[in-house]
Ligand binder design. Structure first.
Ligand code: NAD
Length: 258
């Protein structure tokens, strides 16, 4: 028997759904919060991000699946009224593994992995950042900040910044500006830039005072750090796919159908 764990949003609806799942799954799987092979995320996209981060050090063994209790779930395959179908699908065991690429971000002291994006944001003053790609100076950015998203994260913050939506298992990263300043004195590319794993992005600043480093739902104070390195990570997050929902269908469901 496989081991599993549930990561649940702490609202009454998600908690009750989680209990219903456990009541039936405990006949076919063993609940093991420390070392699960399957993690069921009950909540929304935020809960899925939290689930992936909770088991970030066990990515080789863990596979994720989500059931959402909110209004929109991009990283979750099942609606809350489909929980019986989820149990039946787990029982049948007919699944594919869908791999999502991650980003690795390093400051001098720390290292993080991101499923959606890494962003440097400063709402207190114009943030100046020298951008190097593969150690080659590319541009000086001025504005609120920069966002580097994965293909999975291209439908999240990146989309709000006017970035392109990218098929979610592509091994690509996208650099987008957050309120960039463009005039005769200050100029940066302006348009989102899509790069593959042969590229590294280095963000250098004389001062990150007042800026934060956002890594998915995590917020880290940049304070005295002066350099940030971003690249595609070697690790991937594995998602269980019982349902074959094409990417374009997912997009239509989330953004186009009323
Ligand atoms: P949250 O739970 O409030 O999530 C924010 C929104 O982003 C929700 O509507 C969620 O469904 C959606 N979302 C998250 N990941 C997604 C994805 N891969 N594709 C499509 N939609 C997605 O906030 P949180 O728990 O702190 O989640 C952090 C994420 O929220 C960040 O990774 C960022 O992408 C997103 N975010 C978006 C904006 C924006 O669009 N302006 C601002 C802040 C954060």
């Amino acid at each position: 028997m496989k081991t599993y764990a549930i990561v649940c949003k702490q609202d009454p609806q998600s908690l009750s759904l989680s209990e219903k799942l456990k009541a039936q799954l405990n006949d076919i799987l063993i609940y093991d919060e420390e070392h699960p092979e399957m993690v069921i995320s009950v909540g929304g996209d935020g809960t899925m991000l939290y689930s992936v981060h909770k088991y970030m050090d066990q990515l080789e063994r863990v596979a994720f699946i989500g059931i959402h209790t909110g209004t929109l779930g991009f990283l979750t395959d099942y609606q809350r009224d489909e929980y019986q179908q989820l149990i039946d699908d787990i029982r049948k065991g007919d699944y594919l593994i869908y791999e999502r690429h991650l980003l690795e971000v390093k400051t001098k002291e720390e290292k993080y992995l991101a499923l959606n994006e890494v962003r440097v944001e400063n709402n207190r003053r114009s943030q100046v950042i020298d951008v190097y790609i593969n150690d080659d100076f590319f541009e000086t950015f001025r504005g609120n900040g920069l966002c580097v998203s994965t293909a999975s994260g291209s439908t999240a913050y990146n989309k709000s910044l006017g970035g392109a939506v990218i098929n979610s298992n592509a091994g690509l990263m996208q650099l987008s500006e957050i309120a960039g300043i463009h005039h005769n004195a200050y100029r940066s590319l302006g348009s989102p830039l899509i790069l593959d794993k042969s590229h590294t992005i280095h963000l250098q600043s004389q001062s990150y005072q007042g800026a934060i480093l956002g890594v998915d739902h995590l917020v880290i104070d940049l304070k005295d750090k002066d350099s940030i390195d971003i690249a595609m990570a070697n690790q991937k997050a594995r998602f269980l796919q019982y349902k074959r929902v094409p990417f374009t269908k997912r997009l239509k469901r989330a953004y186009l159908r009323s």
